[in-house]
Design a protein around this ligand. Structure first.
Ligand code: HAM
Length: 417
């Protein structure tokens, strides 16, 4: 028997309610903040992700699904949405549009990771990107929008972690100071950190090993190394966040696992949870478009994992209205009644009423049990008397109350058009 590949999941009907709640909420949010939808291909030239996310990052080194196609092009299944959006901005000359250009996407993404709760190899990101503007008010707006997403969804107990990782001017001096500090620690750091020290010292701050925690606490902090411009930018982001009323916590250790970030970085995490459970993350990437061959163009954005939002909604036992719940189940006894039920089904469907017509050879009692299992709001029962009088017995399945309704009035009685 075949199974879905490791790290992938079928989204079964029972979960679709959560998915549509998330997608509708996300799209309403984007309309409110002036973002337009963009869809980019499922795969891109492999070089796009190497140049943007960074050739030395875990994502590019260990997690991409890359393959050569039949004409020997090296392609990569999208591991995230920011680089493709920047590629599309350049390819379609969007710099001529009024800036910032605000785009959003809801898209499957692929990373060869070790699967666990909330971590998949095929997952979905809802993300948004604002391109072409450096104003720190935009940083605050993007963080605010991320925060509102979870509020609108009804996901509670979250925290925004915020940091600035400086820019090309000031970060090298910080990395040097950090590496100098760690070099002096020798064997006190874990084996992985010894590798990080050589390859990507910023990631030292991300280590989860217990032995490294006190070392991280005492490490030099990026804020102390920010250049004047970056310090001013960060101060203004904080000021605007205050005006917008977005709660946040400064987290000096927050560095993110993608190379393209500059200045503002942020993550949204469950109040008590570790990084594994990050529900969304983003930041500024002012050098990215230039790195992809465009003119210097700033950008900032955010992305949230849809599966992680579903997980959080389920954990807190959120109950959602099911728009597909049958409003009425048509039950009958006898051939003439069945024909009346089929005619009624035609009228109800035309009137936009969610209707399930009993089928098969069930007894009336079994039909009513079926109506209950489907969570139908009403059952309309047609027997000999109802056929003779052109009525139905309409039973409200929660209260058990029933009334006689002319067949011709049933659609209107159930709120049909
Ligand atoms: P990221 O932190 O790699 O950032 O991913 C963003 C979110 O995608 C995560 O917080 C998580 O909710 C979800 N996610 C990531 N990997 C997985 C996985 N394997 N399974 C399930 N969910 C996952 C980015 O991708 C950046 N492009 C975000 C961004 C947009 N920065 C600026 N604009």
């Amino acid at each position: 028997m075949y199974k879905a590949p490791r790290g992938t999941a079928d989204v079964l009907p029972a979960d679709q309610l959560y998915w549509s709640h998330i997608i509708q909420t996300a799209e309403a949010l984007c309309r409110r903040y002036g973002y337009q939808r963009i869809d980019t291909p499922l795969f891109e030239d492999a070089g796009l992700f190497q140049r943007s996310i960074g050739a030395g990052t875990d994502i590019v080194e260990k997690e991409t699904y890359s393959f050569e196609d039949r004409s020997h092009e090296l392609l990569t299944l999208r591991p995230e949405g920011t680089a493709p959006v920047c590629r599309a901005y350049l390819e379609h000359g969007m710099h001529v549009l009024p800036q910032p250009v605000k785009l959003y996407y809801i898209a499957p993404s692929f990373r060869y990771e070790r699967p666990q709760a909330g971590r998949y190899r095929q997952f979905h990101q809802f993300g948004f990107e604002a391109l072409g503007e450096t104003d720190p008010a935009l940083d605050a707006e993007v963080v605010d929008m991320a925060w509102q997403l979870y509020r609108d969804l009804g996901i509670g107990r979250l925290t925004v972690l915020l940091n600035s990782i400086g820019d090309g001017q000031c970060r090298p001096a910080y990395i040097q100071a950090l590496a100098g500090y760690y070099r002096g620690l020798g064997e006190q750091m874990c084996h992985d950190c010894q590798m990080r020290l050589e390859k990507n010292p910023l990631r030292l701050l991300d280590c989860k090993q217990a032995q490294c925690q006190p070392l991280i606490q005492a490490a030099p902090k990026m804020v102390d190394y920010l250049c004047l411009e970056c310090r001013d930018h960060f101060a203004r982001v904080e000021r605007y966040l205050g005006l917008l009323g977005v709660p946040y916590q400064i987290e000096h250790r927050l560095v993110r696992g993608l190379d393209y970030y500059t200045r503002t970085v942020f993550e949204v995490v469950p109040a008590g949870g570790g990084q594994q459970s990050t529900v969304g993350a983003g930041g500024r990437y002012d050098g990215l478009i230039e790195q992809l061959g465009g003119r210097p163009t700033p950008g900032i954005g955010f992305a949230a994992g849809v599966e992680r939002m579903v997980l959080n909604l389920k954990r807190q036992e959120t109950v959602l209205d099911d728009p597909g719940r049958p409003q009425v189940y048509l039950a009958y006894h006898g051939d003439a009644a069945k024909e009346a039920a089929v005619r009624l089904a035609r009228q109800l469907w035309d009137a936009g009423v969610n209707t399930t017509l009993a089928v098969g050879d069930r007894s009336l009692r079994a039909q009513l049990r079926h109506a209950n299992t489907l969570n139908a709001a009403h059952a309309a029962v047609i027997g000999e008397d109802e056929v003779a009088q052109a009525t139905v017995t309409l039973r409200h399945l929660e209260t058990g109350e029933q009334e006689t309704v002319p067949q011709a009035d049933l659609a209107a009685r159930l709120g049909g058009r």
